[in-house]
Design a protein around this ligand. Structure first.
Ligand code: FAD
Length: 299
């Protein structure tokens, strides 16, 4: 008797997908293609990022509002504290509430100049915990916050990082979504430390399917994520083979999710980079079918 492959996953997994606001018409078309492809998987929410320094304020709002209006999806809006007064941020939050958006991913954000130290706006929210508390006073939003299995680069140590996560949850956040990582062990250690700190909120792993290591490395350096040597080896010599890189990317991410699932993880958040296929394939491997697909299969 042979065990079917991937028989150990599925049925009880919830996924969410993250997008960024498009800059051009072509990127807009690509985004909407991705949204429509992923929609039948019935994610628990999809989120749209907020550009550095609030540079995408209008585009983020327009994208989130359109998802909320035109699809069956629950849209979540990322919001940061960077370069804005409390009044300005509160106004954005009111507009989301009026547009039917009930979920905010509340972040501090990074300074607009790369490598600069974060300085809060004199009339603004000081950090993500402060923002969560402010949002909770405005409306009963569902709120997700950021977490860092490999520690946020500005935290003095891991304990300070977890204390900060606890402040965000205590301020009213409902769940944490992690920065991307490539070591399930690092995630499990972090989850244990979070539980030991008395945090009971879900810590949803943020999954970045990597098909371009060089690009990811640049990005990872800024946000305190490590690219392991084994990943370099798996992409060695594939620079001119984009299709093979996609397959490698899906395989790595699906295997990582499988290990996380084996360790009890039931929710996954995918950084889609506005492309559906990898997130779709990996979700599918994890047994995610969505209500509509299930209805079709049953009929
Ligand atoms: P915070 O939780 O406020 O923490 C920032 C740092 O300050 C930490 O090191 C913390 O320990 C320290 N700190 C906070 N409060 C205190 C205190 N009282 N005393 C001492 N130290 C303190 N960025 C964007 O610009 N737009 C996005 O849309 C976006 N989406 C993201 C989504 C996810 C899931 C993740 C993981 C990150 C995202 N980011 C985004 C990046 C994020 O803005 C940066 O990582 C930023 O540097 C930290 O944001 P935070 O919300 O974790 O900040």
């Amino acid at each position: 008797h042979e065990e079917p492959l991937f028989a150990d996953v599925g049925g009880d997994i919830a996924v969410s997908f993250e997008f960024f606001p498009p800059k051009t018409e072509k990127m807009d078309a690509q985004l909407w293609d991705a949204i429509r492809t992923l929609e039948p998987l019935d994610p628990r929410f999809v989120s749209v990022t907020y550009g550095a320094g609030g540079s995408t304020r209008e585009r983020t709002h327009a994208t989130v509002a359109r998802i909320q209006r035109e699809t069956t999806l629950a849209a979540a809006a990322h919001l940061t504290c960077v370069e804005a007064t409390r009044e300005e941020i509160d106004q954005v939050a009111h507009e989301y509430w009026a547009a039917g958006v009930r979920h905010i991913v509340a972040l501090r954000g990074d300074p607009p100049a790369e490598g600069a130290r974060f300085v809060s706006h004199p009339g603004g929210y000081a950090n993500a915990a402060d923002l969560v508390a402010g949002l909770k006073k405005l409306h009963p939003f569902e709120i997700s916050v950021a977490a860092y299995p490999e520690c946020h680069p500005e935290s003095v140590d891991k304990q300070a990082d977890i204390d900060n996560l606890k402040r965000k949850i205590d301020a009213g956040a409902n769940r944490a979504i992690t920065q991307f990582f490539f070591s399930p062990e690092a995630y499990f250690r972090f989850r244990d430390a979070v539980a030991a700190a008395g945090i009971t909120a879900e810590v949803v792993p943020g999954i970045l399917p990597v098909s371009n290591v060089a690009q990811t490395r640049k990005f990872a350096a800024m946000c305190g994520a490590t690219i392991p040597d084994w990943m370099d080896r798996l992409f060695e010599g594939l620079d001119d083979h984009p299709a093979a890189r996609q397959l490698v990317a899906a395989t790595i991410a699906a295997e990582m999710c499988r290990r996380l699932y084996a360790g009890g993880v039931k929710g996954f958040h995918f950084y889609t980079l506005n492309r559906a296929e990898l997130a779709y394939a990996i979700s599918h491997m994890l047994g995610v079918r969505g209500k509509k697909a299930e209805a079709v299969a049953a009929a």
